[in-house]
Design a protein around this ligand. Sequence first.
Ligand SMILES: *[C@@H]1O[C@H](CO)[C@@H](O)[C@H](O)[C@H]1NC(C)=O
Ligand SMILES: *[C@@H]1O[C@H](CO)[C@@H](O)[C@H](O)[C@H]1NC(C)=O
Ligand SMILES: *[C@@H]1O[C@H](CO)[C@@H](O)[C@H](O)[C@H]1NC(C)=O
Ligand SMILES: *[C@@H]1O[C@H](CO)[C@@H](O)[C@H](O)[C@H]1NC(C)=O
Ligand SMILES: *[C@@H]1O[C@H](CO)[C@@H](O)[C@H](O)[C@H]1NC(C)=O
Ligand SMILES: *[C@@H]1O[C@H](CO)[C@@H](O)[C@H](O)[C@H]1NC(C)=O
Length: 475
Amino acid sequence: MVLDFTVLLDTGSTDLWVNSKGLELMLTNTTDLPMTESYGRGEVHGTLQFAELRVGEYVVPSQAFVNATQVLDFGVAVDGIMGMAFDVSFIFAGISTAWGRESASILGRSFITNLFAQNSSLPNNFDVSLGREDAVEDGSGTFVISNHAPSFVDVTEAPKIPRIGTDRWTFAVDGMRVNGESVPFNKSSVAGAPDGKLVALLDTGFSFPPLPRAAVDAIYNTIPGSVFSVSDNAYYVPCNSTTMLSFFLGGQEYPVHPLDLTFPFTGTVPNKNGVQTNVTLCLGTYQPITLDPTAFAGFDLALGDAFLRNVYASFDYGDLNPWTDTQGTPFVQMVPTTDSRTAVAEFFDERGATLAGLPPAIDPTEYFRLWAAASSSSTSSDSESEDIAVSGALSTDDDTGNSSSGWDKTFRTAVVALLGANLAIGLVLLGVTVTMCVRAKKERNVGSRYVPVRFKDAEATGHDAEYGTPRYGSD
Ligand SMILES: *[C@@H]1O[C@H](CO)[C@@H](O)[C@H](O)[C@H]1NC(C)=O
Ligand SMILES: *[C@@H]1O[C@H](CO)[C@@H](O)[C@H](O)[C@H]1NC(C)=O
Ligand SMILES: *[C@@H]1O[C@H](CO)[C@@H](O)[C@H](O)[C@H]1NC(C)=O
Ligand SMILES: *[C@@H]1O[C@H](CO)[C@@H](O)[C@H](O)[C@H]1NC(C)=O
Ligand SMILES: *[C@@H]1O[C@H](CO)[C@@H](O)[C@H](O)[C@H]1NC(C)=O
Ligand SMILES: *[C@@H]1O[C@H](CO)[C@@H](O)[C@H](O)[C@H]1NC(C)=O
C-alpha cells in the first residue's frame, strides 16, 4: 500500500525530504549517511534513503530522499519539500563525498532528473502556476510535468528566457517599473550578468520576494502612509492603498497584482486601560534582501510567490542532461496572468471583502504612534527602557543603529508569530502529493499488508483528468 505525503514544491532547492512520522517506509535501498538540508529559513536533519516515488502518474522506482528525523526552524509545520532545481544539492554532495562522484551522478539525482533520464521521450519541462488566497480567480495552483495546462498551451510562444549561471533557476531581469516609472538598477553582483540587468532567482520557496533595498523603497514610497520598520525589515502599508508594479524579463512585461503587494494580518494596539485591541495591518510583501551572499550567491533578488502568482511559468531543461553529457541551456517561458487594466478594481473589491471580515484596519503611522505613546507612558519611571521608542519602527531611513534598543517585547513577538503564519499561507499554496510505499505497523494484522495513510493536507488535492497530470488545489 502507499503513503501520500503533501510536500512543498520548491523551485529554489533540489532534494526531497519527508517526515515519515515514524511510519516504516518500504525502502528500495538504505544507508546511514547523515544528511542536513538547510534553507533560507529552516533546517532538516536525517539519513539518506531510497524508495519508489510517485508524483501523479509518474514513477521513479528508486528515489533518493532524506528521511527527516529533525525538522527545525521553519516557523510552520512542513512535512516535506520536493526540490525542482538542479543536481547540485546536499544529497548529491553527500553521496559524492561518501562514494564518489560517479555514484552520486547515478544515485543522487533529483526526482525530476531521474524522471527525464529514465524516459528520453518525455518533454523536459514542468509548469507551475500558483493560486492566490485572496482569490480573484479560483484560488488553486497548477503543477504539470512534461505537458502544459490546456488554457496555457500558448506558453510555448512566450519569450524563451535563458538561465544564467549553472546551479539554479536564475534569469536576467531587464527592468522594473512602479506606477509607470522605471526603477534604476545598480550593477549586478553576479559575474557575467548582462549589462544593466539584475539576476533573479525564480523561487516558489520564498513567500515574500527579497529585493535590493532601493527597489523595495521605490515600490512602497509610492504609497502614501507607508512606514518602513527597521526591526521587521519590511514596510507597513495602509491596507486599502496600492501601486502598480511590473517586472520585465525577456522583453515581456509581467504586471504584479496589487493584491500581491501587501499582506493583511491581525495585530493589536494598546488602549487606555492597558487592554489591547485587535487591528488589521498590512505588511509589504516585497522586502529588502538580507540573505548571506556567501551562502546564497548567484542572484541579486528572488522573485518568490508574490511575483510567481502573476505568471504561468514553464521551466524547461532544454537539452541539458549532465548524465549523457548533453549540453543545452535551460530556460523559462512565462505567460502573464494579471491584467493591469482590471487589477486595481479587483484589488478594491477583493481587499474590501477581506477587510470586512477582519478587525478594523489601522494606518501604519497611527499604529506605531499608539505603541510609542504606550511604551513611553508605561515605562516613564524606567529610564533604561525610556527610549523603547519606536525609533526603529518609525524610522523611514535605513539607520539600523537606532533600533538596537528594540521594541516592546510582546509587540515584537506578536509580529514575529504572525510572520510565521504568513509564511504558511505563501508556502501551502502549492502542496503536491507524492506517494511512497509503507509497511504495515506490526500490530496491524488484518486485511492488507500495508496501511494507507492520509495526511490532513492531502485532502485538499485532487486530480484533473483533463490533462492526465495532477492539478492541485490550494489549501
Ligand atoms: C544501494 O546502496 C549502496 C550503497 O549503500 C550502493 O552501493 C548500491 O549500488 C545501491 N544499490 C542499488 C540497487 O541502488
Ligand atoms: C525514519 O526515521 C525515523 C525516526 O525519526 C525512524 O523511526 C524510521 O524507521 C525511519 N524510516 C526509514 C525509512 O528509515
Ligand atoms: C515515455 O514517455 C512517453 C511520452 O510521454 C510515453 O508515451 C511512454 O509510454 C513512456 N515510456 C515509458 C517506458 O514510461
Ligand atoms: C546602489 O548601491 C548603493 C551602494 O550600495 C546604494 O546606496 C543604492 O541604494 C543602490 N541603488 C540601487 C538603485 O540599488
Ligand atoms: C483579538 O483576537 C484574538 C485572536 O486573534 C481573539 O482571541 C480575541 O478575542 C480578540 N479580541 C477582541 C477584543 O476582539
Ligand atoms: C483607507 O483606510 C484608512 C484606515 O486605514 C481610512 O482612514 C481611509 O478612509 C480609507 N480610505 C479609503 C479610500 O477607503
